[in-house]
Design a protein around this ligand. Sequence first.
Ligand SMILES: [Zn+2]
Length: 130
Amino acid sequence: MGVVDKLGSGVVQLKKGDRVVMPFNIGGGRCRNCEEENTDFCLGANPGFAGAVYGYVVMGPYRGGQAQYLRVSFADFNALKLPAGTEHEADFILLADIFLTGWHGVKISGFQAGEAIAVYIWYSVLGRWA
Ligand SMILES: [Zn+2]
């Protein structure tokens, strides 16, 4: 989440000063998977591999996103421009990772309103999964 500082020549939907948020996975926006809203398996952002993210060696040549500045690839597709005058701007940080991961899981599960679900959280501590 941040403020657009510079624009590449291919960016047409953003301008300097726009406040934006983007997920840590990278979609090119043009492949079949992106068109079917499966951007986590984009076939174009990391050729030869399904999916690209910031900061994972095998997931493309993209440096980590936890930095003062971030070069956003496919910016028109990946950067969500925040509405002007948003009162609770910090809430949009959830769109960068945490909320989207849970939302995606619920969406592909076929969950319907009114149903109950159990959520199990798996995490890695020193390379071991708990
Ligand atoms: Zn794609």
